[in-house]
Design a binder for this molecule. Structure first.
Ligand code: TXD
Length: 321
């Protein structure tokens, strides 16, 4: 059986890590595309020359031509500009929408059957635009943000409680922006509610709540925290790892339940928009949306996030995309 083909559109910071991770996990043969001449060719050659060290038998190639992504099984898109200090994800809308339109046309014309994972910001709007331009089935177009945001939330909880991050389950819903919704009530350590562990640790409900609120806030602003430290770009290792987890679940039909920017058709009282929600990812892409019972406060926060997403989509429409 032929190896799967993975096309990475955008060979920058995240794209390069995607290529290396996909190779090391032997997810398939990799084609890295970028408009910068020779750069993707150089990055894939460099990664390929570690194949003996890392022990992977997949082919890697770089290209500046969409023809080389022909019939890719999975496409992961990072094409676009990252934020600089002081910029919001939304500030990237116009520039990255123009880029995303051209990328979507290239993928539509060369890899019409691909499962597509969009990473470029502003994420929720870019996924929407990509699906609109390609016309691909909604279940084959999704965005990566929630896996990253949930991983950040889980990591902060593990650090605070002094437990293995492998035993922490914490999910973030909604848009990939400051309105994202870390679900405190559902956060647990092997089934033990995190709030219960914090209350036992501090012996005080109010302190426990303050500590949790600080972790929620850090999760919401985690992207900006990295941007401020890096000064020249945004996070790239963690977004790459997050998208690879999604791609692997699709390629190997793992049925992982992962926070995914997915198209809703009535779930969570949303119809016709891409929003970050728990989804089952398998051989058919977004196979099922997992709905949750939300209390009034959680629903209100999610509604607020959805409103922000809808606003971005309206802005994009107004700009003529
Ligand atoms: O988890 C998430 N969803 C976010 C995504 C986490 C962090 C970063 N997020 C966004 O991903 C970020 O705001 C950017 O919009 C993308 C890519 O971030 P990256 O750090 O990889 O940016 P780079 O290093 O600038 O790489 C972008 C590449 C660069 O090599 C450009 O030459 C290329 O995109 N590019 C294009 N490729 C193809 N086609 C076109 N038109 C094009 N224009 C630029």
């Amino acid at each position: 059986m032929a190896r799967k083909k993975i096309a990475l559109i955008g060979g920058g910071q995240i794209g390069g890590v995607l290529a290396q991770l996909a190779a090391q996990k032997e997810l398939g043969d990799i084609i890295l595309f970028d408009i910068v001449e020779d750069m993707p060719q150089g990055k894939t050659l460099d990664i390929a020359e570690a194949s003996r060290v890392d022990g992977f038998d997949v082919k890697l190639n770089g290209t500046n031509s969409y023809e080389d992504i022909k019939d890719a099984d999975v496409v992961i898109v990072t094409a676009g500009l990252p934020r600089k200090p002081g910029m919001s994800r939304d500030d990237l809308l116009t520039t990255n929408a123009k880029i995303m339109k051209s990328v979507a046309e290239g993928v539509r014309d060369n890899a019409p059957n691909a499962f597509c994972i969009i990473i470029s910001n502003p994420l929720d709007a870019m996924v929407t635009l990509f699906q609109k331009v390609t016309g691909f089935p909604h279940e084959k177009v999704m965005g990566q943000a929630g896996v990253l945001d949930s991983s950040r939330f889980s990591t902060f909880i593990a650090w605070e409680l002094g437990v293995s991050v492998k035993d922490v389950n914490a999910m973030v819903l909604g848009g990939h922006g400051d309105t994202m919704v870390p679900l405190v009530r559902y956060a647990n350590v092997n089934g033990v509610p995190v709030m219960e562990m914090l209350e036992r640790k501090y012996g005080d409900t109010n302190i426990a709540k303050e500590v949790m609120d600080a972790m929620v806030q850090r999760t919401k602003l985690a992207g900006g925290e990295v941007v401020k430290l890096l000064k020249t770009g945004s996070a790239f290792y963690s977004p790459a790892s997050s998208a690879i987890a999604m791609a692997k679940s699709i390629l190997r039909d793992e049925k992982r339940v992962l926070p995914t920017c997915a198209y809703l058709k009535g779930e969570f009282n949303v119809d016709g928009y891409y929003v970050g929600v728990p989804a089952v990812l398998g051989e058919n892409g977004v196979e099922r949306i997992i709905e949750l019972s939300l209390n009034a406060e959680e629903q209100s926060q999610l509604d607020n996030s959805i409103t922000a997403v809808k606003g971005l989509v309206v802005d994009m429409d107004r700009l003529g995309f």
